[in-house]
Design a protein around this ligand. Sequence first.
Ligand SMILES: Cc1cc2nc3c(=O)[nH]c(=O)nc-3n(C[C@H](O)[C@H](O)[C@H](O)COP(=O)(O)OP(=O)(O)OC[C@H]3O[C@@H](n4cnc5c(N)ncnc54)[C@H](O)[C@@H]3O)c2cc1C
Length: 411
Amino acid sequence: MIKHVHVVGAGLAGLSAAVRLTQAGIAVTVHEATRQAGGRCRSYDDAATGMHIDNGTHLLLSGNRSAVDYLKAIGVTPDFAPANFRFVDGATGESWILRLGNGSLPTWIFDAASRVPKTSLLDYLKLLPLLLGRADRPLREVLDRESELYRRLIDPLMVAALNIDTPSGSSLLASQVARETLLRGGEACRPLVFERGLSTAFVEPALKALRERGAEIRFEHEVESVTTSDRALTALRFRDGETVLGPEDAVVLAVPAYAAAALVPTLKAPDQFRAIINIHYDLAPPDGSPFMTGVLGRTVEWIFAFRHRISTTISHADRLLTLPRQELAETAWREITDILGMNAPIPKWQLVRERRATFAATPAQNARRNETKTRWANLAVAGDWTDTGLPATIEGAIRSGQRAAELLSNR
Ligand SMILES: Cc1cc2nc3c(=O)[nH]c(=O)nc-3n(C[C@H](O)[C@H](O)[C@H](O)COP(=O)(O)OP(=O)(O)OC[C@H]3O[C@@H](n4cnc5c(N)ncnc54)[C@H](O)[C@@H]3O)c2cc1C
């Protein structure tokens, strides 16, 4: 029986595994390579601007049940906004609000006033092959890319959810996202607002809960290599020494795909990644600005109006990585002021480029994901890149950690 688990990596996958394990009464030690927890989902005080920002503005929906369970387990009550999403067409200036209501079925597609403008019920029914298909195909083969529904809703949603150019995206990942959110009506699509930053919701309360349950959390404690025998993982090696694993010890490896593949080369792992760029501006938005605005046909894709700052997210952003930071920040600011109807010079800003934000959500990369269990009974893997059926998201990361914890607690 497993009595002690070493969780390697304190991103959301590692934290959720640790929370579940301590709930099951199992002793936990978390080893994190850096000085802080949260991994790709973290907040920090930005010295250059004085802003408290997230590395990337993250969107979570009420239908993300594993994430909601995790928040409850660490004592956080999620605060969800109504499922109303404002969109602006950057080419024509036309804007509309997609109102998904608050029911548990997508009844909004039957109501012309709630639907995306210039779309008919038939356009939505044409998505059925995507939802019912069992083979993983590039979305270009399953979606009608000429339709207004594609241009005005499916494309922006898929770029955001899969972080890939939609035509190359995996049909299975896209349909799973739709099944867990859009198909479950407005009730499952209410966005969670992180006004005080991601770490306040996902990270600090988890660390507190873990410490209260006796878990040990070691920062700057990178696992540099592992030792295996035929039957088990036998030791973890750190710069300051080695931890030998006994028969009652196990490991959850919850590091990014490239780190997992370097430590345990026999694991399956995606090897292509996509960037996300976020720009944060130190200026309060105009009164009455919607919390989120989806933007079509411009450089910025989503504008977030926080109480004291404005942030924008650009997904699938590899094409912009070589652009000078100042130029990109200025272009985005021009677009934001235009869309939010502001007349203001560019304020202090910070631009965060996450080059390996997510694995590339193509069918080929989706086929390279390892399941939770490994050939060693005392090693489980977790992380947004493991085979959760979801793209690389908070929900996938948290679910993967919970699965790894359940696997080991039942051993
Ligand atoms: C800019 C950006 C925007 C995003 N937007 C969204 C969004 O809107 N909605 C959404 O749902 N998701 C979003 N995501 C994705 C989401 O952040 C990730 O899917 C999730 O945070 C991944 O968590 P993880 O625990 O799997 O991995 P990570 O967060 O990468 O955590 C892995 C941890 O392991 C540590 N580590 C690595 N190697 C070692 C080692 N050898 N020893 C010890 N520790 C090690 C790392 O330091 C890190 O802390 C976004 C990601 C980014 C970068």
